[in-house]
Design a protein around this ligand. Sequence first.
Ligand code: FE
Length: 308
Amino acid sequence: MASELVQSAEVQQLLDRVAGLDVAGGDPRKKAIMRRIVGEIFAIIDEFDVSEDEFWHALNFLVAGAPELGLWAPGLGIERFLDIRSDLADKARGVEQGTPRTIEGPLYVPGAPLAKGEARLDDGSDKGEVLVMHGQVRDTEGKPVAGAIVDVWHANTKGNYSYFDPSQSAYNYRRRIETDAEGRYRFRSIVPSGYAVPPGGTTERMLHAIGRHGNRPAHVHFFVSAPGHRHLTTQINIAGDPFLHDDFAYATRDELIPDVTRQEDPAAIHAAGLNEPYSEIAFDFVLGKAGSEAEEGLSTRPRVAAIA
Ligand code: FE
């Protein structure tokens, strides 16, 4: 997008100075990135003939959007792009990935209650359909991983997450489940609903301006971790959701859409300790081998603090 004006000696010299290239201090990589960012803004202003008014309104929109930047990142495909790069880097290194990664999103809360083998995630206040999900954590050689931590979080039937929705109890739909000796985990919860970005917020306004929507299909988030194994950040989607393949955050992956079985057989319902038909998902996680200690841990992305 080479703009003649941006390429001119005067503007190039301005960019050098803006990026601190004419002074000794500072970090060279940051100087290079800054020069590129500002240069691209200059080029966009020139190519699209952005007026002064438009520029200042855009800057103000960015300032107003600060609390929602965690949604801009998935909505603008940046979180997906980071995953695409990580997948390619794995491939180039010949690393066996196991269960595919997909985006974390901005709604994780650390420190959820820890349970052994199985847990109930919901506090019973949302009368949505019961979801029973279970499976095994294995390594890429097919061996069960005992003591793995399945850290799960999802929304309620209104599409809201506890903590961010203060009307819910602490850690509702959030648990850490330690796998048993066979690497198995199991939980009871409710089938979550999909959700949209906050109505009237900057993410929605931005997406509407370019003809897009801000909806996500129903999904369940997971971190799965165990010593010696690569930390996995992923989600499963609830099959049948109208936005399954139209996720504003681009997180849906074919390998992450398990079948949902509706259990209507009275014997099965009774065996599950329930009185009504429920949905069941079986899903196994496969963890890659960690090449370093850093790969075992969660990324250092800033997150909210655990609830005291
Ligand atoms: Fe989510």
